[in-house]
Design a protein around this ligand. Sequence first.
Ligand code: ZN
Length: 57
Amino acid sequence: MAGNFFNVECPDCENEQIVFGKAASEVACEVCGHTLARPTGGKAAIEGEVLETVEAR
Ligand SMILES: [Zn+2]
């Protein structure tokens, strides 16, 4: 199964950013640097609000 991408809203600055669902390293907000996802060994833990799931294709 291919990993999904998530459209995540930063809780600090409301920037919307696409985050890979299986990110292998921390993903920071491009605007304010807030951590949006951190690796957990499998699926990434999403720290912001997931607005929608974007299917990989
Ligand atoms: Zn931000």
